[in-house]
Ligand binder design. Structure first.
Ligand code: NAD
Length: 388
């Protein structure tokens, strides 16, 4: 195929203070009853009130739903969808990290469908999304998932993760205001930042990459490469927060259009079986997966090295690709995320069940520039376990 299908939506506001655009955008939809979906931490620290208060002051009927948990299990999605169907809402606003935004888009769409959330899961579901659902505005408070620009909602199952995906899950409006990320603690800044970097790196080496997604991915890598350490060290560093917010948004657009691959396929079982936050699962695996597939994309790895601030000028492509893996390793270490599976107390006996769950992620594995079969996956987990 010599052409690419590209989806660059929704209407977005990005930048410090972008939240001011919420009220005029809500007015455009003339809603009577708005459901705001968030997590309890964001209510406790008063962040979600920055969204709800102006709406309430302007006479909107706003109901707050705060039962979102990180890496939401399927049951949490089922409960929220039932609640949304009963509540007769006519607009949904998701405020939070990927967990809250994923549930908000799911609730907005499945509110107008029949059946359970399980019916619509990608790997095991039997039903297809076929209606647009309620209007939805997504407001990220982490710089990581890019969920505000993707059509994916991720749910945790017993041992792995699955997704509901359809273009109707795309937000109508995304408001990406880095000011809302200032309160993110260092460990979450680190994990979500490496998540965004992983999106960009995997999109750049994906078999579905194209010149448009390449531009988005490389700029995301540049911004994240220059600012992630700074944002982790000092959450009040305004420029670093702005760079991370833009980097995460660009990486979201890049991976939504080019796809993610091996790192995500191997990370999902770590989240499912050991409840490791998504960004940390990606972070621990990123250097090992890229080290394994390096030979299939040395030129692209050299580009990534340069975008991260390295210099490949006097290196062969082969040398630059090695250096790129080292640079990724260093970044993960510098932001304080364990660099082996042992660092997460994962026993060697778990490697086989992780492998068996990862091979099921065929949709993701198909985008790897180096085909990853069962034995390759086993070897990657083994090296992430031993650290070599
Ligand atoms: P998260 O939403 O689970 O949030 C992590 C923690 O950070 C929570 O405790 C939350 O309360 C806290 N937090 C969020 N914003 C904060 C703020 N401004 N100040 C203080 N604390 C704050 O984490 P996440 O990494 O953003 O999202 C992870 C979820 O997103 C996973 O389920 C993952 O699978 C999914 N995901 C979705 C997509 C997509 O395209 N839809 C892409 C990648 C990941």
């Amino acid at each position: 195929m010599s052409f690419a299908k590209l989806v660059f939506t929704p209407l977005s506001y990005t930048g410090w203070g972008a939240l001011e655009q919420l009220l005029p955008e809500v007015r455009n939809f003339s809603p009577k009853k708005i459901l705001v979906i968030t997590d309890p931490v964001l209510e406790k620290i008063g962040l979600v009130q920055r969204v709800t208060n102006p709406l309430i002051e302007h006479g909107y009927d706003v109901e707050l739903y705060t039962d979102v948990v990180p890496e939401p299990p399927l049951e949490v999605g089922e409960k929220l969808v039932s609640f949304t169907r009963q509540g007769k809402f006519d607009m949904v606003i998701g405020v939070g990290g990927g967990s809250a935004m994923d549930l908000a888009k799911l609730a907005a769409v499945l509110a107008v469908h029949e059946g359970t959330v399980a019916d619509y899961l990608n790997l095991t579901g039997t039903k297809k999304v076929h209606k647009k659902g309620l209007p939805k505005i997504l407001i990220p408070t982490t710089s990581g998932t890019g969920s505000e620009v993707t059509n994916i909602s991720v749910l945790s199952l017993d041992t792995t993760k699955d997704v509901v995906t359809h273009d109707y899950l795309l937000a109508d409006v995304a408001i990406v205001d880095p000011e809302l990320t200032v309160s993110v603690p260092p460990r979450v800044t680190a994990a979500t930042g490496i998540d965004a970097l992983t999106h960009a790196v995997e999109a750049y080496v994906s078999v579905n990459a194209n010149p448009i997604t390449d531009g988005l991915a490389l700029q995301a890598i540049r911004l994240i490469g220059r600012s992630l350490r700074k944002a982790v060290e000092n959450g009040n560093d305004k420029q670093a927060r702005i760079d991370m917010s833009n980097g995460s948004y660009l990486a979201g657009l890049a991976f939504f259009n080019a796809g993610v691959a091996g790192v995500h396929a191997l990370a999902y079982p770590l989240g499912g079986q050991f409840h490791i936050p998504h960004g940390e699962s990606n972070a621990v695996l990123l250097p090992y997966v890229m080290g394994y597939i390096r030979k299939s994309c040395t030129k692209r790895m050299a580009d990534i090295l340069n975008a991260l601030g390295g210099n490949s000028t006097y290196l062969s492509e082969e040398e630059a690709s090695y250096k790129c893996v080292e640079e990724l390793e260093r970044l993960v270490k510098d932001v304080g995320i364990p660099n082996t599976l042992g660092g997460f107390d994962i026993p060697e006996t778990a490697l086989e069940s992780l492998t068996q769950d990862a091979v099921k992620q065929k949709r993701l594995l198909a985008r790897s520039p180096l085909p990853l079969l069962e034995d390759d996956i086993r070897k990657i987990y083994q090296s992430a376990f031993t650290g070599v």
